[in-house]
Design a protein around this ligand. Structure first.
Ligand code: ADP
Ligand code: MG
Length: 678
């Protein structure tokens, strides 16, 4: 019956069928995989073992006729005496007067509620059915929608277990069941719905955690392998010696991390496989230099390179610094939306003719009619702003370059191997020597005057200041008002010769550019901004960042913002203005003041906010697991990843009959088709 529609179940009519559809349950078999999202453990406890204010389940005999008193308009209080062993206690039910008839004197009842040790009183949350003794003490709780009750779902699941469980096939090879002592798929499904004991339930969960993570990792690695095989690029050929010379000319020595990732990248460039690599490194860790070396290698092998960034101003900054870096070695040109008309036509023509070696621009660069003569490498900065779609659009243009994504958001390892499991990942995890760590302080908002004084003193030393006002997601109107208020307040309080600028999302691109340019040239000393301060903007003379309502930001974001200062040789500071109410808020502020390490912070962020919120809702790209949780189950994730890798490397999906079901599952997943390049 597994594949039959749910309405073959006698109790399911048209209405119920529709309601079940809301839960994505259309087939009888779907019920089996509608797992409970939590369990209530109702274990009877002797009164003398229950702690004060603990929620517990007790059984007793109704020893008095219950009384109901009403107060207020709709509020009621039902009380009766329960004889529990030798103790008489009082049971109180709020707003459940209708239960009066169920409490017949002399009957035995079971209740769950909060225990008050001093008054010998239980405030009842749940009155159990008479058959409590026959039920399991671990009660599954299901997600429901519409007006389907948990009880109805339980009954339907029970029907499905009886009729269809036998049709469920094992997916995992025996090897893993034996090695990790996992119950069979059927057994685990049964236990998840009707747990026989806490231990059995734990193992059932363990099995599905592994199954989910393993299948997920198989998919990712299968995509990776597939794309690698399908994507022969041109192997790049260049002289090692020339690269060395270039590095020697930089004026500093590369850090060990930079050298390591460079080796990884160069290996990819030389191989016939198309590179699909993510480069992670904290702000200022020297990613751009590594990118430049890779672009140089591409040039040496006679191919063109492109550097794609999220905004025009960043594109201009990169163009300037790359021109600086390369001098006469190669030709760098800018291509953005505001380069128009004849100039644009000329530039496009030169790119097409191969007269331009390196093009820097916004993503218009690959989406519009730019034709390259011989595009060998695309580097995408701040990749989280570009989606899978953009990766694919490159391919759709018939281009087959190596691609390197760069991000300054340190991504915790668990997230990195889930979200980017189909890519190779390189990490720069150290900063160049001699960097002065940014000093971070957390102050209460009533200290604002002191903060103003500090701003003035930094400015008198010739430096500049960023002031960040938080983004209020529900309303960018309010958000902007907030920034305007701070802007006006600063104009009023700071000495007149100090120029204050304002930047927010409602400004048009030209206005934004103008403000940024004024700040970059120190015509503005204080820049008040919402979080639109562009990632990657480089104003080395800015030494102080003040963040209003800092508790509203995630740690990763605070760190990202903080990275705007500390870019020059001067000591820099970050001041967090915050009055967090809760302990986690305080903890986060404390962590910020104690570490400058982006990875440490991102791990904290993940712990505090959970995987769903880490990247922000829209672009999380995270898979949804039913049982597994990548934060709590990171060990299982590592194990699953290792196992999946082995399977893919040995091509077991294709060769071993035991993997047939897994293979089928992977091949039929539509999401996988999206990620595959063909
Ligand atoms: P990122 O792109 O990771 O934010 P950049 O590549 O822009 O970092 O580097 C930040 C600054 O540090 C640049 O001015 C760069 O020239 C300098 N830099 C990069 N690598 C080193 C190094 N190994 N030693 C000293 N300075 C470096
Ligand atoms: Mg950068």
């Amino acid at each position: 019956m597994f594949n039959d529609p749910v309405d073959v179940i006698p109790s399911v009519g048209e209405k119920t069928k529709e309601q079940l559809e809301l839960l994505d349950i259309t087939k009888v078999g779907d019920l089996l995989f509608h797992f409970p999202f939590r369990y209530d453990h109702f274990e009877l406890k002797p009164i003398n073992e229950i702690k004060h204010e603990e929620v517990a389940t007790i059984q007793g005999q109704v020893a008095s006729v219950p009384t109901v008193s009403y107060f207020g308009r709709k509020k009621s209080r039902l009380t009766c005496t329960l004889q529990v062993g030798v103790v008489a206690i009082k049971a109180v039910f709020f707003n459940q007067a209708f239960l009066k008839d169920k409490l017949q004197k002399g009957e035995t009842v079971t209740v769950t509620g909060k225990w008050d040790m001093h008054r010998l009183q239980i405030t009842v949350q749940q009155l159990h059915t008479k058959s409590f003794d026959d039920e399991q003490t671990i009660q599954p709780v299901y997600h429901t929608k519409g007006n389907i009750s948990t009880k109805q779902i339980k009954n339907l699941v029970s029907y499905a277990l009886k009729s269809s469980l036998d049709e469920v096939e094992e997916m995992l090879p025996k090897k893993y069941l034996a090695e990790y002592k996992l119950p069979s798929r059927r057994q685990a499904i049964k236990e998840l719905h009707q747990p026989s004991s806490k231990t059995a339930l734990k193992h059932a969960k363990r099995r599905f955690i592994f199954e989910e993570l393993f299948i997920f990792q198989l998919k990712m690695q299968w995509i990776k392998e597939h794309n690698r095989k399908e994507s022969y690029g041109l192997p790049k050929m260049f002289e090692e010696e020339k690269i060395k010379e270039f590095i020697d000319g930089l004026g500093f020595t590369l850090t060990n991390s930079q050298n390591r990732v460079l080796e990884e990248i160069i290996f990819d460039l030389r191989s016939p496989y198309r590179m699909n690599r993510l480069l992670q490194g904290d702000v200022g860790s020297g990613k751009t230099v590594v990118a430049a070396i890779a672009l140089y290698a591409t040039y040496l092998s006679g191919q063109q390179g492109a550097l794609m960034v999220p905004t025009e101003i960043l594109a201009e900054q990169h163009e300037a610094s790359l021109k600086d870096l390369f001098g006469d070695l190669l030709t760098v040109e800018l291509l953005t939306g505001s380069i128009k008309g004849k100039k644009r036509q000329e530039r496009l023509e030169r790119i097409r003719q191969g007269e331009v070696d390196l093009v820097v621009g916004t993503h218009a660069l690959i989406q519009e009619d730019t034709i390259f003569q011989n595009l060998g490498l695309v580097i995408v900065d701040e990749q989280h702003r570009f989606g899978v779609a953009q990766r694919k659009s490159l391919r759709d243009k018939g281009l087959n370059p190596d691609v390197l994504f760069m991000t300054a958001t340190p991504i915790p390892r668990t997230l990195s191997i889930t979200t980017f499991g189909d890519m190779d990942v390189s990490i720069i995890d150290e900063l160049p020597k001699g960097r002065q760590p940014i000093e971070t302080y957390w102050v209460k908002e009533n200290m604002i005057e002191r903060v103003h004084q500090f701003m003035v003193s930094e400015i008198r030393n010739g430096h500049q200041v960023y002031v960040i006002c938080p983004l209020i997601e529900e309303s960018d109107q309010l958000d902007i008002q907030n920034a305007v208020d701070v802007y006006e307040e600063l104009q009023d309080t700071l000495p007149n010769d100090i120029k204050v600028g304002l930047m927010h999302g409602r400004l048009n691109p030209q206005e934004k550019d103008e403000v940024m340019r004024d700040f970059a040239s120190n015509d503005i000393q204080v820049l008040v901004s919402t979080t639109v301060v562009e990632v990657g903007v480089n104003v080395p003379n800015a030494t102080l960042m003040v963040i209003y309502d800092a508790e509203r930001f995630g740690l990763a974001q605070l760190h990202q913002l903080r990275g705007r200062v500390g870019r020059g040789s001067h000591q820099s500071y970050c001041i967090l203005l915050a009055d967090p109410k809760g302990d986690t808020g305080k903890e986060r502020m404390r962590v910020m003041t104690e570490t400058n390490d982006g990875f440490t912070l991102s791990e904290h962020d993940l712990q505090i906010r959970g995987p769903g919120d880490f990247f922000g809702k829209k672009q999380s790209g995270l898979p949804e697991f039913k049982v597994a949780n990548i934060v709590d189950d990171y060990r299982a994730l590592e194990v699953a990843r290792r196992d999946a890798n082995e399977v893919v490397q040995h091509n077991l999906l294709m060769n071993d009959p035991e993997y047939k079901l897994l293979r089928h599952m992977i091949e039929s997943d539509p999401k996988i088709q999206e990620r595959i390049f063909d």
